[in-house]
Ligand binder design. Structure first.
Ligand SMILES: CC(C)(COP(=O)(O)OP(=O)(O)OC[C@H]1O[C@@H](n2cnc3c(N)ncnc32)[C@H](O)[C@@H]1OP(=O)(O)O)[C@@H](O)C(=O)NCCC(=O)NCCS
Length: 183
């Protein structure tokens, strides 16, 4: 459990899937979260995707439910996805989605990323945290930069939606940069 002031990041439970299913079929949320306004997923496919995580058997991904402390309600989900292709756990991509839209722009994202980074650097001793988004996702880029991420790469016209190609933006934050800003 990662505890912040207004949110806590807790393990995902099977009962959470109903809400996540709703959010993952919400055009507005998924346009932003996965660059796919037409993202659609059945409950069965979602359950299959989350099965290992819920059983604690997925060693390359940590997924959390974002719970608002005051209401005890789930407001989104987030993850630390280890870059494990080199069979070493030295870097990971962080990601989040706040599914309850009236919780946007209230500082919850900032708090969630703060908790994820504390975990990445303070507990997992990772060297680098990564962040993937696309060029006109203002909220995601603003949040990443606010938390100290720097733009590292641009994959030109890498994703297609809404009748045009968009650049994918990769941002990164090194442990030493994080520590410097927190010392
Ligand atoms: C992206 C997302 C996580 C941001 O979370 P949030 O709780 O709204 O973010 P915060 O309120 O903590 O805001 C963080 C910073 O981003 C800025 N910001 C947030 N939304 C913004 C927007 N739509 N346009 C421009 N800036 C924005 C805020 O002003 C704030 O900066 P400030 O503190 O200097 O003012 C949220 O919009 C979301 O979950 N969207 C759907 C899923 C998604 O896109 N996930 C990201 C995938 S990369």
């Amino acid at each position: 459990m990662l505890t912040g002031k207004r949110v806590l990041l807790r393990p995902l439970e099977r009962d959470d899937l109903k809400l996540i299913h709703e959010w993952q079929n919400d055009e507005e949320v998924m346009r932003l979260a996965r660059s796919q306004p037409d993202h659609a997923i059945s409950m069965e496919a979602l359950a299959a995707e989350f099965e290992k995580v819920i059983k604690g058997e997925d060693l390359t991904t940590r997924r959390y439910g974002i719970e608002e402390k005051s209401s005890r309600k789930l407001i989104g989900w987030c993850s630390i996805l280890f870059n494990a292709w080199g069979k070493r756990f030295t870097s990971a991509d962080v990601g989040l989605a706040i599914g309850v839209k009236n919780c946007w722009r209230k500082g919850y994202g900032t708090e969630v990323v703060d908790l994820l980074l504390k975990e990445c650097f303070g507990q997992l001793n990772l060297h680098r945290a990564g962040w993937w988004t696309y060029d006109d996702h203002e909220a995601s880029i603003a949040l990443a930069k606010k938390m100290g991420f720097k733009e590292e790469a641009r994959l030109r016209e890498n994703v297609y939606f809404d009748n045009k190609f968009h650049d994918t933006i990769v941002l990164g934050l090194l442990k030493k940069e994080y520590e410097k800003s927190h010392s």
